[in-house]
Design a protein around this ligand. Structure first.
Ligand SMILES: Cc1ncc(COP(=O)(O)O)c(C=O)c1O
Length: 363
């Protein structure tokens, strides 16, 4: 045992639950087909254009990546109609979450978000020793009034997952504006739009329309979901020039790897692929709803590529599904023990999931 003192908040830290590798599960369970609908990933694989770019890029990995991500920033800036100085790239948007803590948090500050939201916010808050305040939800949606009540002049960061993981719900433009107007100018609001491209609602706020008006707003997006590049780890943030400037000072110089930069560049050109992903997602969700309704189960309607189903004993259903080779997410860690979270797979995977769920529930 080493004698290095470990801070109390680190001792109490519970790591983000990693899934087992699929190959390992196959071996353990003695089955050869496993489908994973547990991490809100894209089931279609990367776009063919991105794949092509990656193959070429691997030949250059004896070189460090371009630390300024010049070409990717150039393309993102013209596509999103923002200045390059407003862009920060990250090793996944997860890294940007960590960066905002490392950049802006000071001892005594607190952080506000919702009770049932992306697990990484409280994990990083705890890792850094920050006070994390979780506002109760209303009908499994962020309740902006309750969030507002928790904010004070020492609230440095407010995290909004929109759409929200794991509930699949969203806050409207009106709710978003209410919240950002009600926090002090010294509070950075992080609008996490990891699932932005899936949403098809008129009253859903596009964060990029607001960051110029509110210099204390940072919008985050990722290539992990609609663009199918989760394994490469690349995401970005858009915010006011000085927020981005400070984040850039803190980040590691080569935080976004060379293959990821090239793949993201190519993926941005593949609009056909993104459309295909969105169509599959919307059609599959509708199909899932009708199948779940036929089983007489309740579910939470979602605007993104995953949704919650109320199955009774979520953990048990999760375990039974696992035995059949279907990996979903049990929600007991999120204080929703009656639910499982499932993301959209390929049509074949979706059918396999529904068949397995029927068997498990005896429906
Ligand atoms: C709300 C939310 N934000 C961020 C992320 C992380 O994305 P990335 O892969 O870019 O780190 C996820 C991934 O599941 C997510 O659900």
């Amino acid at each position: 045992m080493n004698k290095i003192p470990v801070p109390e908040h680190i001792k109490k830290l519970v790591p983000y639950p990693p899934g087992k590798p699929i190959e390992e599960l196959k071996r353990e369970l003695g089955i050869d087909k496993i489908i994973k609908l547990a991490s809100n990933e894209n089931p279609l694989g990367p776009s063919p254009k991105a794949l092509e770019a990656m193959k070429k890029a691997v030949e250059k990995v004896n070189r460090y990546p371009d630390g300024s991500a010049f070409y990717l920033k150039e393309k993102l800036s013209s596509k999103l109609r923002v200045k390059q100085d407003n862009l920060i790239l990250g090793n996944g948007s997860n890294e940007i979450i960590e960066l905002v803590f490392r950049t802006f948090y000071q001892p005594g500050d607190n952080v506000v978000s919702a009770e049932i939201t992306f697990a990484v916010y409280p994990i990083i808050a705890q890792a850094i020793g920050a006070e994390y305040r979780a506002a109760p939800m209303k009908d499994l949606r962020y309740d902006v009034e309750r969030l507002k009540e928790l904010v004070d002049d020492r609230t440095r960061l407010v995290f909004i997952s929109n759409p929200n993981n794991p509930t699949g719900t969203y806050i409207t433009t009106e709710e978003f504006e209410f919240l950002i107007k009600s926090v002090p100018e010294t509070t950075l609001v992080i609008l996490d739009e990891a699932y932005f491209e899936f949403v098809d609602r008129k009253d859903y706020p596009d964060g990029l329309k607001f960051f110029e008006k509110y210099p204390n707003l940072l919008v985050m997006r990722t290539f992990s979901k609609t663009y199918g590049l989760a394994g490469l780890r690349i995401g970005y943030g858009v915010g006011s020039g000085d927020v981005v400037d400070y984040l850039n000072r803190v980040r590691q110089p080569f935080n976004v790897n060379l293959v990821a930069q090239e793949a993201a560049l190519a993926a941005l050109d593949d609009e056909e692929y993104v459309e295909k992903v969105k169509t599959l997602t919307h059609n599959s969700l509708k199909w899932f709803y009708s199948e779940v309704e036929k089983m007489g189960l309740e579910y939470v309607p979602s605007v993104t590529n995953f949704f919650l189903i109320k199955v009774g004993e979520g953990k048990k259903v999760f375990e039974e599904l696992l035995k059949k080779g279907v990996i979903v997410r049990s929600m007991d860690g999120y204080k929703l023990p009656e639910y499982i979270r499932v993301n959209i797979g390929t049509e074949e995977e979706n059918e396999f999931f529904i068949r397995s769920l029927r068997e498990v529930l005896g429906k």
